[in-house]
Each structure stands twice: as structure tokens, then as C-alpha cells.
Design a protein around this ligand. Structure first.
Ligand code: UDX
Ligand code: ADP
Length: 461
């Protein structure tokens, strides 16, 4: 298809976990739109152009292959593509700011603002700008102001279209989302811009699942959705601590409460704590804006979701050290899983980072195995490299170890031969199941001392 046959040019700035999969899905579902994804990172772009994609996401390669070279393109030439774009999605990273005002809380907008300025400098025609990255509420308004400050007579309409996909299930989340949210100014121009975005998604999603609203509600909904999800995990994790004291079983409690349709069964798996690039960052953003508006009680309420998460991570490490006779110096400890959840290689904010750092502080020898996350783990742990070993084979990782700790719920770890693992470990052998994925009674019968989350331990002594 020649360029002239495309009805619109879509550009996405930022080829990461959000931009890459989302644009691949749009291109696959909308052959009449030309979709180009650009990134400052040339290596990443090269990887998107080949079959060795820069992120691991089940089913993603098939979707990319369907559209790549037809109406999906990857490039580093941001300027040329800004010029020809009708619609620009911005999905650059917005990590938590680590300096100056709002440090440790609000989002670092330098990548976003740079993108806005690039657009402003290069653009020669009107454009719709779509906020995809998670941003503090009211960023869209600020961006529209920056963009409108051009003397070129060009109009920019900024629309918020927050992404709700979860890693590991991105393809099905994109193909069959619970909802798509598009917010814009409630002006005629704003509503027209919003409709252009709705039209894209309407190619494969029924219109009753595409919600439109004002721009601030859209921005805030993203933060609140993540805060509510994270709050469920902190709630059940707080109860897991109580279960360990009272001999109740957190899985049974979660099931019993989750059967109440008002509560629901999802996101009630007690764990070592939540990770990922969004939950902590988005709650901190929420806390920051609440404080900014003087809503200190509200800020404190949400901050506690993070505090419980940190408490849960800390509790897990303490339990390990305590169980192993209060000393783990020079003990080999195998960590099964480093990704923040299964089916991704992403390790951002993974509780495994904290666990490894704490074990290394106690001078343990930590061996990490993970089917997809070792490359990222190596980066995360470069400062404590001397205490850490990486091993692709879980059996070798556990060989000679005093303990195995399961940190990510990969299916692979459910089906290993734990008898064989036990036989090759130091005795007494410990197993800490940070995800409650094993049959603890069976593991105990093999000979392990077993420490689940939210259940009393099973010990041979
Ligand atoms: C999340 C939101 O789900 C998604 O809608 C948003 O767009 C981005 O943030 P993601 O971080 O990719 O997605 O993964 P998610 O499945 O939400 O898991 C986040 C963390 O919570 C993981 O560390 C996971 O292991 C943990 N978790 C999840 C639990 O500990 N228990 C649960 O019951 C569910
Ligand atoms: P997310 O999970 O939000 O998608 P990622 O870090 O995976 O975050 O992806 C964001 C991408 O945005 C990175 O690949 C980064 O190189 C890219 N990026 C950041 N700033 C710019 C910019 N000014 N122009 C183009 N790409 C950018």
C-alpha cells in the first residue's frame, strides 16, 4: 500500500512496554492507518525491526509480524515522522522524580516535556497529541499550553488515553480490554479530537466499552485504578501477616471473601509484595497531588498502601533470616524468579531487588534464576555483583543451597522435581514460597522446611 492509501499517519514516541505492544495492536487491527513507532534508543528500534523483540510479552511477536512492513514501522527519525503525523501518541517513560521538589513522589516529566518541545519545534501542521504515559493529573493542560505557545499558527489538541494493559497479558488486554478511556477538553475541537481516537479503537472494540470524559477525569482514573488494585494486594498482604500468627490460611480467607460478588476474587493473591513500573509510581503521584491540595488524610491513606508493601517485603526477608538460625552469611540461597510477575522479563520495582539487596547485606551468596529476567537482573544488581550469581538452570541454582525462595510465580517453578532439588541441597533445607504456588504439604513431605505466605510454616524441628 502506498502512503497515499493510508487514511491517517499515527506516530508513537517511545517504543517501550506500553508504546510497542499498543501500536502493534492498533496497526494489526487498522490496516488503513500507517503506524510508526520511534525511540531515541537505536538498539531498541533495531530489535523491534527484527524477531528478537526488546521486551518479552507472550503473543506479541505474532501481532508485530502481522503488521510490520505493511503499516507498522519502527524508526529513530523522530523529526521526519513528527512532520508527517496526524496523531502522535506519547509513551515515553515517566519515572518517579529523584531530585528537587517532589523528589521520590511526583513523576519526572523531563522526557515528556522534551517530547513536547520536539513536536513544537518540528511540526508544520495541526496535530492531535495523545497522552499514553502515566502522568500527574493536569499534565495534559500544561502540555497544551506549551504546545500552543507557537508562533506558527498550528493547533494542537491534547487528549488523554491512559493505558490499562498489564504486562504478561498485554496482548489479550489490548485485544479485549474491559474498557478504553479517552478524555479531552469539553470543547467542540476537544470532542472532535477525542472522536478521532475513539474511531481508531472502534475498529475492534465495541463502542459501549469505549468511555469518553473530560481530560482530568481520564488522567485521574488511571492513577486511581492502579491505586485500587494495589490497595487490594496490600489489604490481603496485611491479613497474611495476621494469618501467620493465628494459624489461619490466607488463601482460604481470600477465597471466602472473594466469593462475595461485591469483593470479587481477582487481585487477592498474597505475595512478597507488588512490583512493576506503575503501582508505586502512580500511588506516589496520587499522594503528591493530595498533599499539594492540602488533603493530608487522603494522602496518608494511600501512602499506607505503599508502607504495607514495604512491610511485606521486609517481613519476608526477616522470616528467611530468622528461620535460618539468624545467620545467612556465606550461605548459598537460590532465588527462583526475579521478574516482578510471571510472563515478563521486566524487573522494574520487583520485590526481588529488595530481597537480594537485603540478603547480600547479610553476606549471603545469592543465586538468581529466571526464565526471562536475568539480563535485567544483572543491570539491577550491578552494585552488589560480588554477592550474586546468575544461573539459567534452576536445578543448578539450587545445588548446594541452604534455601530456595520463590519470588516470581512462573509456571516453570510449579513443575520442577523438588525431590531432586532437595537431594542436592544442604540440610536442613528451607523453602520460602513467596507466591504460594507449591503444594506445601507435598514439599514438606519431601523433607523441606516450608515457609508459605500467610500460613503457618511446616517445620521438621
Ligand atoms: C498494572 C495494572 O494491572 C495495569 O492495569 C496498569 O496498566 C499497569 O499496572 P502490571 O504492573 O503490568 O499492571 O501488573 P499487575 O498484574 O497489575 O501486577 C502488579 C504487581 O502486583 C505484580 O508484582 C504482581 O505479582 C502483584 N500481584 C498482583 C500480587 O502480588 N497479587 C495479586 O493478587 C495480583
Ligand atoms: P513504559 O513502560 O511506560 O512503556 P519504557 O521505559 O518501557 O516505559 O519505554 C519508554 C521509552 O521511551 C524508552 O524506550 C525510551 O528510550 C523512550 N524515550 C524516552 N524519551 C524519548 C524521546 N524524547 N524520544 C523518543 N523516545 C523516548
Amino acid at each position: 500500500m502506498s502512503n497515499e492509501n493510508f487514511i491517517k499517519n499515527i506516530l508513537c514516541i517511545g517504543a517501550g512496554y506500553v508504546g510497542g505492544p499498543t501500536m502493534a495492536m492498533i496497526a494489526a487491527k487498522c490496516p488503513r492507518y500507517k503506524v510508526t513507532v520511534v525511540d531515541v534508543n537505536a538498539e531498541k528500534i533495531k530489535a523491534w525491526q527484527a524477531d528478537n523483540l526488546p521486551i518479552y510479552e507472550p503473543g506479541l511477536l505474532d501481532v508485530v509480524k502481522k503488521a510490520r512492513g505493511r503499516n507498522l514501522f519502527f524508526s529513530t527519525d523522530t523529526e521526519a515522522h513528527i512532520k508527517s503525523a496526524d496523531i502522535i501518541f506519547v509513551s515515553v517513560n515517566t519515572p518517579t522524580k529523584m531530585y528537587g521538589a517532589g523528589a521520590g513522589k511526583t513523576a519526572d516529566l523531563q522526557f515528556w516535556e522534551k517530547t513536547a518541545r520536539d513536536i513544537l519545534r518540528v511540526a508544520e501542521s495541526d496535530k492531535i497529541i495523545v497522552e499514553k504515559s502515566t502522568l500527574p493529573v493536569r499534565t495534559a493542560e500544561a502540555m497544551e499550553r506549551i504546545l500552543s505557545s507557537n508562533g506558527k499558527g498550528i493547533r494542537f489538541d491534547v487528549v488523554s488515553n491512559p493505558e490499562f494493559l498489564a504486562e504478561g497479558t498485554a496482548i489479550s488486554d489490548l485485544e479485549n480490554p474491559d474498557r478504553v478511556l479517552v478524555g479531552s477538553k469539553e470543547t467542540e475541537r476537544g470532542r472532535r479530537a477525542r472522536e478521532s481516537i475513539v474511531e481508531i479503537y472502534a475498529n475492534w472494540i465495541s463502542r459501549d466499552r469505549i468511555i469518553t470524559c473530560d481530560i482530568w477525569s481520564a488522567e485521574l482514573s488511571k492513577l486511581v485504578a492502579n491505586a485500587f488494585l494495589a490497595q487490594r494486594i496490600s489489604s490481603i498482604n496485611s491479613i497474611s501477616a495476621l494469618c501467620e500468627k493465628t494459624e489461619a490460611d490466607v488463601k482460604k480467607v481470600a477465597h471466602a471473601i472473594g466469593m462475595d460478588s461485591r469483593i470479587g476474587l481477582k487481585f487477592l493473591n498474597a505475595s512478597i509484595g507488588f512490583g512493576g513500573s506503575c503501582f508505586r509510581k502512580d500511588i506516589l503521584n496520587l499522594v503528591y497531588i493530595c498533599e499539594y491540595y492540602g488533603l493530608h488524610e487522603v494522602a496518608e491513606y494511600w501512602e499506607n498502601v505503599i508502607k504495607i508493601n514495604e512491610y511485606q517485603e521486609g517481613r519476608f526477608v526477616q522470616k528467611m533470616i530468622h528461620a535460618m538460625f539468624n545467620t545467612i552469611a556465606n550461605k548459598r540461597i537460590a532465588l527462583f524468579g526475579f521478574a516482578f510477575k510471571a510472563n515478563t522479563g521486566d524487573t522494574r520495582e520487583s520485590p526481588a531487588i529488595y530481597v537480594t539487596q537485603k540478603l547480600a547485606e547479610e553476606r549471603a551468596h545469592v543465586v538468581i534464576t529466571d526464565p526471562k529476567a536475568i539480563r535485567n537482573a544483572e543491570q539491577d544488581l550491578k552494585d552488589i555483583r560480588e554477592y550474586v550469581e546468575f544461573e539459567t538452570d534452576p536445578y543448578k541454582a539450587a545445588q548446594g543451597a541452604h534455601a530456595v525462595a520463590i519470588l516470581t510465580e512462573w509456571d516453570l517453578f510449579k513443575t520442577l522435581d523438588y525431590k531432586k532439588i532437595y537431594e542436592n541441597m544442604e540440610k536442613p533445607a528451607f523453602l520460602f514460597d513467596g507466591r504460594n504456588i507449591l503444594d506445601h504439604r507435598r514439599i514438606f513431605d519431601i523433607g523441606f522446611n516450608v515457609y508459605p505466605i500467610g500460613k503457618p510454616p511446616l517445620m521438621h524441628f
